[in-house]
Ligand binder design. Sequence first.
Ligand SMILES: *[C@@H]1O[C@H](CO)[C@@H](O)[C@H](O)[C@H]1NC(C)=O
Ligand SMILES: *[C@@H]1O[C@H](CO)[C@@H](O)[C@H](O)[C@H]1NC(C)=O
Length: 418
Amino acid sequence: MRLTRRFRAVLIVSTLLLVFLYSNLRNEAVSRSEKLPKHAVARQAGEEVRIQVQTPVRAPAQTRVPSQPSVNISSAFRTSIPENGAYWNRLLHSSLKRTDRGEDPLKRDPLWPHCQQTSRELIETNVHDVASYPPLLRNFLRRMTCRSPPFLVDQPDKCGGNATFLLFAIKSMPAHFERRQAVRNTWGREHLHDGGLRVRTAFLLGTASPDDPDVSALVRFEAERYGDVLQADFHESLFNLTLKMDTFLRWTLERCPQVSFVFYGDDDVMVNTRNLLSYLGSLKPSTAARLYAGHVIKTASPVRDPKSKYYIPMSFYEGVYPAYVGGGGVVISGALLRPVYSTCGAIPFFPIDDVYVGMCFSALGVSPQAHAGFHTFDIRERDRENLCTYKKSILVHRRSPQELKRIWRGIHSPLLTC
Ligand SMILES: *[C@@H]1O[C@H](CO)[C@@H](O)[C@H](O)[C@H]1NC(C)=O
Ligand SMILES: *[C@@H]1O[C@H](CO)[C@@H](O)[C@H](O)[C@H]1NC(C)=O
């Protein structure tokens, strides 16, 4: 029994390794800018992996927590989230009161591994029906004050040197090697675009769950090979996406403080980089300085169906959601990163990441800007094969790695007339 499980794990890891090396090789074959011949890369890759496996985990880079300026919470936000008996609503309003008194609202715990979890007793005292919550949500409740995971893999010099115009900050997961490779080869390629607009890319990963095969050595190899992988010390999970977003904000502030714009998005979207750059370049300075844009969801309410993975019980949150930008792809002004990060510090984590970011911006007094080119909920069936749709849009969710490569080639083909 144990042997078969181990065998299966070994099999999965070797398959992943092969997929990764294969896509690596293919990448080399198509990329003219690489100097190494194919066979050299393949051999080198093998050696690197072996060495990496024996290397002990690098000491986590403990990033400095930026100092928190005083936070002003908009009155629109205060009134949009009702003060009632639901647990999160109570947590929010007491945090806002502390903020108003000038107290440090939610401490961003630097002692991550020993972060003070909320005790079961406290939760049971405050949430009468917590026993009926899905296990993942109960888990979220216990850890929602733990905010500052250290980095296991960092890229301290990502934005060093030349000014970065746009940073693609892409939410990914350890096993998504193929998706990252497709993004690197298409819209996420680091490049100096026309007009001197420099684009850089970083993928943020958590750690794989203990039930999944351990691919950490592969991830470290990939990080060294491409210099675009970040990994923080928390488990990948739907309800840890808010933590991922907050961690990404913290990293960007620390490592790319001068960036003009950041695109936070998924690793399975198709982005038309040229259109995104020309949209950003066309903004009036006043808009460019306060941008929070994408596909805006104006009137959403929590899902109350216990069978849904986005289920939010009434005793946890009561109210509607403020207008927010769909998490598949959001563009944010670099100038807003610090204020929004500080504002988020006064708002308890909410399990749904894009709603949470919407709350932070609402509290900051910045309204989301809708742009019709962001198709976070995919496009009409009959447009999916039409290259002109992609040629004209900024973002389409969601596309497989193969589709990404095909569409990317298509929209850049001189033969295409739209
Ligand atoms: C800055 O850009 C120039 C020109 O593209 C390049 O030669 C140089 O290596 C870059 N410097 C850094 C630190 O990236
Ligand atoms: C989030 O990550 C932490 C740290 O790894 C983990 O303990 C927790 O279970 C995760 N949360 C969820 C909701 O899975």
